[in-house]
Design a protein around this ligand. Structure first.
Ligand SMILES: CC(C)[C@H](C(=O)O)[C@@H](O)C(=O)O
Ligand code: SF4
Length: 471
């Protein structure tokens, strides 16, 4: 028997096509996902050099960042419109399959890959987008690349990559009732910071990770990038296999069983070693809310906003002060006393059917608070259709939410969905950077359940209290 290997090493070793002392490795790429924002110059580069797309059948494009979520075909912003028109031209010219704006499979690139079964265990997956790490949930090695690399992959189906170090993030025990994958990843980043993953690919292990659904694993892997990591993944298991069975681009019939047997072999071997490891107990985690301007600035719903005076270093103190100023919050104020004006349920972190279902359960027959504007933006047209088939749209609309078309939407405010300056938004997305949801907008990252609860109450509440029947 050979050396015990991690899933990361197994995938890496199978994909190296060229190796040279002192240089990065050249990796073969199984799946290249493309969206309208980071691809125009890459295609233009090919055109100028007279090159073709090496493997159009391993390339798949969609439109997401710029897509309006109401009046889909009225694109007011000139640059947005140009990027979308250009993607269509490029895909037609180079023979790349495209789920364009009115296509039934259109959606956020990190939602449609898994949904269509394009994302599979053992694959190397790249996209000109940092949250490509999402696909790692399937036991794939998936990472974001820059536009010049997009051109390189289009032309050669390979990319130069430094072999990453491996980091085991082990979550022991079980998550409490009402605690979600979003709370878990926020708590992990809250505890270890926004840099602890730098230079590593994370493998998430432990009982709490094994117990997560694929949707939960995607939420975790999605935010690996917010911990500084190159990528994040989970070893494939039965949950992975059952999610993929019958998906459009997954192997079918006997081929699926064959693939599934191989996928299981990919899981990290017993006794495999990592370059580093951190551990956390799932039991200690409460619903999380970010109060600051990076995802590590988060606290449990029962806690008070930090006081810069208690910081352990001068730089931490200044950082907290600055964040409190931008967020217009008081030190020591209970986070549960903060009123919000906007709620955004969506983004590649939390816009899948299961996310919307759980949010709808919290909503029930309650109404959105009169001071709150709340929107639900399904991650894909497929999610939207499925949600409508089971009546989720009615629950949200009857409660006073806006029910929108699929896209990135208010996650990054590129498409007219904006939080006005000085207003506060409970958001299920992954980034609370200054200006992320609009200039001067104040973002609080939460789970879909916590966002739904905040929409109803008008401020942050412990969702576990809302879930308990009152009669
Ligand atoms: C536009 C794109 C390059 C960007 C990313 O890479 O992440 C976006 O998706 C984001 O979330 O900020
Ligand atoms: S939903 Fe947000 S984080 Fe995800 S790809 Fe779109 S802009 Fe980036």
């Amino acid at each position: 028997m050979g050396k015990a290997k991690t899933v990361i090493e197994k995938i890496w070793d199978k994909h190296v096509v060229h190796q040279e002392e002192g240089k990065p490795d050249l990796l073969y790429i199984d799946l290249h996902l493309v969206h309208e924002v980071t691809s125009p110059q890459a295609f233009e580069g090919l055109r100028l050099k007279g090159r073709t797309v090496r493997q159009p059948n391993r390339t798949f494009a969609t439109m997401d960042h710029n897509v309006p979520t109401i009046h889909r075909n009225v694109i007011k912003d000139e640059i947005s419109k140009k990027q979308m028109d250009q993607l269509k031209i490029n895909c037609d010219e180079f023979g790349v399959p495209l789920a364009g704006i009115n296509h039934q499979h259109q959606g956020i690139v990190h939602v449609i890959g898994p949904e269509l079964g394009l994302t599979q265990p053992g694959k190397t997956i790249v996209c000109g987008d940092s949250h490509t790490s999402t696909h790692g949930a399937f036991g794939a090695l998936a990472f974001g690349i820059g536009t010049s690399e997009v051109e390189h992959v289009l032309a050669t189906q390979t990319v130069w990559q430094q072999k990453p170090k491996t980091l085991n993030v082990k979550i022991n025990g079980k998550l409490g009732v009402g605690i979600t994958a979003k709370d878990l990843i926020l708590a992990i980043i809250g505890k270890f910071g926004v840099k602890f993953g730098t230079g590593y690919v994370i493998e998430y292990t432990g009982e709490a990770i094994r117990n997560l659904s694929m949707e939960g694993r995607m939420t975790i892997c999605n935010m690996s990038i917010e911990a500084g990591a190159r990528a994040g993944l989970v070893s494939p298991d039965e949950t992975t296999i059952e999610f993929l069975r019958g998906r459009k681009y997954a192997p079918q019939g006997e081929d699926f069983e064959k693939a599934a047997a191989e996928w299981k072999q990919l899981a990290s071997d017993e006794g495999a070693t990592y370059d580093a490891m951190v551990e956390m107990d799932a039991e200690e985690i409460e619903p999380q809310v970010t109060w600051g301007t990076n995802p590590s600035m988060c606290i449990p719903i029962s806690a008070n906003i930090p006081n810069p005076e208690n910081a352990t270093s001068e730089s931490d103190k200044n950082e907290i002060k600055h964040a409190l100023e931008y967020m217009a919050l008081e030190a020591d104020q209970p986070i549960s006393s903060v009123p919000i004006q906007h709620v955004f349920i969506g983004s590649c972190t939390n816009s899948r059917l299961a996310d919307l279902q759980r949010a709808a359960e919290i909503v029930g027959d309650k109404k959105v608070h009169p001071d709150v504007r709340a929107i639900v933006v399904p991650g894909s047209q497929t999610v939207k259709t499925q949600a409508e088939e089971i009546g989720l749209d009615r629950i949200f609309i009857d409660a006073g939410f806006q029910w929108r078309g699929a896209g990135c939407s208010m996650c990054l405010a590129m498409n007219g969905d904006i939080v006005p300056p000085g207003e506060r938004c409970a958001s299920t997305s992954n980034r609370n950077f200054e200006g992320r949801q609009g200039a001067g907008a104040q973002t609080h990252l939460v789970s879909p359940e916590m966002a739904a609860a905040a929409a109803i109450e008008g401020y942050f509440v412990d969702v576990r209290k809302m879930a308990v029947p009152t009669a």
